[in-house]
Design a protein around this ligand. Structure first.
Ligand SMILES: [Zn+2]
Length: 184
């Protein structure tokens, strides 16, 4: 079951990457980010930031109660890299995550979206350095960590968001690793 929009191969940016197989129109839904659905507590248990770093690229924090771990049951979407000037967005709808083109993408271009790693008031320069960005875009912020503070949402808010998710597309935050680091 191959994706018709992109193929996975070696990338100059980071390990493997996803490359457009044809011209893609803005707004096209390319793939769903899937994997095992787990709780944030379970993702903390599975991955200790201080020991494993690479695994984090396969975690996607959907809301305060759901994390998708693409290490298990993931598809080719897990190989789409981060960029500070991305041609795709991660869109959350009814607690599921989709990768969509946010502009016209030409055949052969590498696909990327902004991982927006969670930033809390406790996020340090060392955290930013650990998640250094090498995307090479002119407006690269130097780190994969989000530019703005993205605090975990409260329960009631998460419910409200679920209801309105179909109407208002929200940008997703790829994982909660810096939050966990901050608490240590
Ligand atoms: Zn960058």
């Amino acid at each position: 079951m191959k994706n018709k929009y992109f193929a996975v191969r070696r990338s100059g940016v980071h390990g493997k990457g996803a490359f457009a197989l044809k011209d893609i129109r803005k707004g096209t839904r390319l793939v769903e980010y899937v994997g095992e659905n787990i709780t944030p507590a379970e993702s903390d248990r599975r991955y200790d930031d201080t020991k494993v770093k690479d695994h984090h690229t396969f975690l996607f924090s959907v809301d305060s109660r759901k994390v998708i771990d693409a290490t298990y049951g993931g598809n080719e979407s897990r190989f789409i890299n981060h960029s500070c000037d991305p041609n795709c967005d991660a869109v959350i709808e009814t607690r599921r995550v989709y990768i969509e083109a946010n502009r016209t993408i030409r055949k052969g271009e590498e696909l990327a979206y902004d991982y927006n790693y969670e930033r809390t008031p406790k996020t340090t320069k060392a955290d930013e350095k650990l998640y250094k960005c090498l995307c090479g875009s002119p407006n690269c912020r130097g780190t994969i960590v989000s530019a703005k503070v993205t605090l975990p949402r409260k329960k009631s808010k998460a419910r409200a968001k679920k209801k309105s998710a179909a109407k208002s597309k929200k940008r997703a935050s790829k994982n909660a690793s810096t939050k966990r680091r901050g608490r240590k």
